[in-house]
Ligand binder design. Structure first.
Ligand code: ZN
Length: 276
């Protein structure tokens, strides 16, 4: 569930606490949380590495460590990173905890789908090879009309699924694709190839606008997502269609509907977003 705005918020808010901190210990609660390398090697190699910077690529959070190592987190659906200045064990579902001289970083993940990876910068593990194939992110200047048109013009897949494809709109997930399609007045089931130039232009604009506001509002706390200090984001107050089935459309007073596309719920206004 954490999408680009949530992971960007986590990055921004962890930075002041984590940069220049040295990892002096690790408390591993569940081995499954480690995606790479083997837990034994992970625990050995991580010790004494210093956090130099924090990056984000799509929905991945990348801690740049000393000795040219990356510590990469993929939060998946319910993963949380909680920083705690004190050493209290108050974070539920903590699967791994990093200890510093002062403070701890807990990776909590109720569903155990998220993973953490440790690897030398130039030796990306196979399980992370998708990091090399990510598309442009909506806030990049290169994410423009030409870019999106090239990506979708020959595709007979629906636009909702195309937006969820990380090779096309990197960082976009279920929430922001629904909100952007509503903003651009495009039905989620329209085929990529059927979109007119005007619609693609609107969609690019809407994606940029919504992602930008969502970052300003520190993300959407609608199910599991919390910020590193345990506080909520506030973009949920600005959602127009996502999880609003049966509610009124703010534009036309129509009723918001929910449909399943590739097994995932999609919310839209059938009046503002026509299928043909
Ligand atoms: Zn409407």
């Amino acid at each position: 569930m954490p999408e680009l705005p949530e992971v960007e918020t986590i990055k921004n808010e962890l930075k002041p606490f984590l940069i220049n901190k040295r990892i002096i210990g690790v408390k591993l609660e569940n081995k499954k949380i480690i995606g790479y390398p083997k837990p034994k090697d992970f625990l050995k190699k991580i010790i004494n590495k210093k956090i130099l910077n924090i990056d984000r690529k799509g929905k991945y959070l990348i801690l740049k460590l000393s000795e040219n190592y990356n510590l990469t987190f993929h939060l998946r659906l319910s993963g949380r990173l909680i920083y705690d200045e004190n050493l209290e064990d108050k974070v539920k579902y903590t699967r791994i905890k990093f200890l510093f001289n002062k403070g701890t970083l807990s990776f909590s993940e109720p569903r155990l789908l998220g993973r953490v990876y440790l690897y030398p910068v130039d030796e990306l593990p196979k399980s992370l090879s998708s990091l090399n194939n990510l598309g442009k992110e909506p806030l990049m200047p290169e994410f423009n009309f030409q870019y999106l048109k090239t990506k979708i013009k020959n595709r007979h897949t629906n636009i909702k699924s195309l937006l969820l494809d990380q090779k096309i709109a990197c960082g976009v997930g279920n929430i922001y694709s629904d909100e952007a399609l509503f903003c651009a007045k495009i039905h989620p089931k329209r085929k990529g190839s059927s979109l007119k130039d005007e619609e693609i232009k609107r969609l690019v604009k809407c994606l940029k606008k919504i992602i930008k506001i969502a970052i300003n509002k520190k993300g959407t706390s609608i199910s599991d997502y919390l910020r590193p200090d345990g506080k909520v984001g506030s973009f949920q107050k600005y959602l127009k269609v996502f999880r609003k089935e049966g509610e009124r459309c703010i534009r036309c007073n129509g009723k918001i509907r929910r449909i399943k596309i590739n097994n995932r719920s999609s919310y839209f206004c059938p009046n503002c977003q026509k299928e043909v």
